[in-house]
Ligand binder design. Sequence first.
Ligand SMILES: C[S@@+](CC[C@H](N)C(=O)[O-])C[C@H]1O[C@@H](n2cnc3c(N)ncnc32)[C@H](O)[C@@H]1O
Length: 372
Amino acid sequence: MGPQLFCAPCMFGIEGILGDELRRMEALEVRPQNGRVLFKGGPEILARANIGSRYAERIQVVMGQFKALSFEELFEKVRELPWERFIGKSDRFPVKGWSLDSKLHSIPDCQSIIKKAVVERLKERYRVSWFEETGTLYQIQFTIHKDEITMLIDTSGPGLHKRGYRAKSGEAPIKETLAAAIADLARVRYAPRVFDPCCGSGTLLIESALAALRIAPGIKRKFASSSWRQIPEKIWDQERSRAKELAGQKNEFSAWGGDIDEESVALTLKNSEKAGVGDCITAAVANLSEFKINSDGGAVLCNPPYGERLLDLRAAEEIIRLMGRVFKPHPKWSYYIISPHDDFENLFGRPADKRRKLYNGMLKCQLYMYYK
Ligand SMILES: C[S@@+](CC[C@H](N)C(=O)[O-])C[C@H]1O[C@@H](n2cnc3c(N)ncnc32)[C@H](O)[C@@H]1O
């Protein structure tokens, strides 16, 4: 496999952060777009991004990008693409995707046209009339946005947010990729002490620890492309070793989590152990109202209950008021709170030093940042 165009879909609002991360990984021609980042590289970049990305949802090979307004056009353009460069005679190649604001909007129809076009292409190349599809998985994906089609092959398998430490989670966990982005915005790589007084299953603390200690989130897992013949095993070994070399010393960082719910505290401790950062995270049953800052300083990251799912709105608002009282302004302390509440700053009692629009799933939120 030579230099290749890749696509990394991500949550809306973190394209820039993901772009910077990919540049740090030495990916080339990094182009952040809406909800995804395009970049170029060889097989080592594919492996590096899968093992190391904290923010990408997955890594895909871009097979082609074109405009199509009819099924005929879609069929012809998909058939022209060099699928045989990846998909072998006996490999599996199911198709899935989505369409938004486009003439071609029926997903089942697009799926079956694309499948037929790929089959036609491979029949010609391999001179066979039937594909058993029993071999390695090459999941074909497509996106159609405003009639622009992107044809992709997934290299990740289960989403990259599946780090492997969260077998069970609390009631409203934040996605690992979003938690990692908040940790980045809070600059936890330079903050030796991190706190989350509403820690739930501990995601913000664990992602902060992984980032601070430079532990690659995918170091322990396999990917769809782990068994691809296009990527020699030695590239995976080399990239895992590279990631291990980048990992820092464990004693540089500590994090504390509190939650009123005993089960959540137990979950935070269990998940931290599983993630390999158990020795730098402590957690205890505590009410946010007891939270006190000290003169050592620290960064508070918090994903409080929103009101839709956990508590009623009034109780959620009361928690924001409470945060405003206990998260006191102090030169050594900074606070990063993600909330969908339009009235957050009023309830908190102070305007944020900076705000950033982020999506928690489908929910439009802001990250309110206080650091002055
Ligand atoms: C949205 S969840 C946090 C989820 C967490 N970020 C995760 O990834 O699992 C909010 C948490 O705040 C806790 N909580 C609610 N009121 C609290 C209070 N007064 N003091 C401390 N924790 C509280 C809940 O028990 C719940 O675990």
